[in-house]
Unconditional design. Structure first.
Length: 72
């Protein structure tokens, strides 16, 4: 399953790159792309684990950029 999410208040390109690199390390992730300029994140993960993976993605994003919100 692939979904695109809007990111609100993502303040720097370096944080976007950090998010992408950390999210890539999750087991169920097939592909992830965090784009600072468009303020969007594309996540591709296993269908049956997608919701669980997204909970981890949210935690990672909050740790790196506390003000950033993922609009689902």
């Amino acid at each position: 399953m692939t979904k695109v999410f809007r990111l609100k208040d993502l303040d720097c390109a370096n944080c976007a790159a950090k998010m992408e690199n950390c999210i890539k390390k999750l087991n169920a992730i097939k592909h992830v792309s965090v784009n600072f300029l468009t303020q969007k994140m594309m996540v591709e993960a296993c269908d049956d684990e997608f919701d669980i993976v997204m909970q981890e993605v949210v935690k990672i994003c909050k740790k790196i950029e506390p003000d950033c919100k993922i609009i689902m």
